[in-house]
Design a protein around this ligand. Sequence first.
Ligand code: SAM
Ligand code: SF4
Length: 319
Amino acid sequence: MLKDRFGRKHNYLRISVTNLCNLKCVYCMPDEILSGRAENKYMSVSEIYEIAKVFTDLGINKIRITGGEPFVRKEIAAIFTKLSDLPVTLAVSTNALLIDRYTELLKNCGVKNINVSLDTLNPEEFSSITKSNTLEKIFSNIILLLENDFRVKINFVVMKGINENAVIEAAGLTKNFGVEVRFIEYMPFKGNKWSAGKVYSHDEILENIRSKYNIYKIPDEPNDTSKKYGINGHAGNIGIISTITKPFCGGCNRLRLTADGKLKNCLFSKGETDLLSAYRKGEEIKQLIISGLSEKEFERGGQFESGKIENRSMVNIGG
Ligand code: SAM
Ligand code: SF4
């Protein structure tokens, strides 16, 4: 079992399979246009599988596929199919724009948990946040996922002055749908125009929802990043991910593998461990994973105290 120096057991790996995306969410995608992937720079399907296998030998039993947008990668079906051979629970984070083409594949690969980004239900606001007119398609794909019995969580990044007015409507989705709508505090990454003044906090989100609904605390799951609340009479529930105002690093069990094969021991880590280069040279990567984890800081990559955060852009990490 992988343990860090604070005794935290790590059994969850998030693998990014691409840094490309078919949306351009303002809080995620930096201004510089990402070019197509340089041949050879990114993990191939078999490299993803072989590297993931080493992680499972070390006790990883949950893998989430992320990106960029995972479903823009042309080999995505092969990636899921290969990984479904491993003894892990497979999950995916997606903007859901293309997911109607893949529901059968996901079922066949045993994927049940799907997180979908959706930051407003207002079409104009959606266009201005994502630079696309795809709200209708994405919403109908979310319904399709629910009809097919996937467990869906909706990820809503709340930005002050941009979409906090859409919080109540999104929370209202839990009335008839058995979804968890998770409101996420806006986090800083390279090139994403973050400022402390744009953070709409956990307490503000709660107060906003309370102005319309009777909400009550429900138990959080072990290692969960969100603080969960129920709404009287609703089928689903809400969650709040409060990385900025109430960090929750004490129960962290996550590691990240970027599309170019670097291990990040935290979403906010400055340091990275180059697993892909070592793997290609035929070197043993088990020890590299263990030592990469041993450098993990207790909270948010140890970077927030200084106020100067060195990191990649979110789309280059894999959220
Ligand atoms: N394209 C997929 C999607 O949108 O779900 C997967 C990748 S995306 C980077 C993963 C998650 O990161 C999304 O839920 C997105 O909302 C979240 N995210 C991206 N930038 C963020 C930021 N600055 N603050 C908080 N969450 C962010
Ligand atoms: Fe693409 Fe997801 Fe980032 Fe939006 S949040 S730009 S959908 S990777």
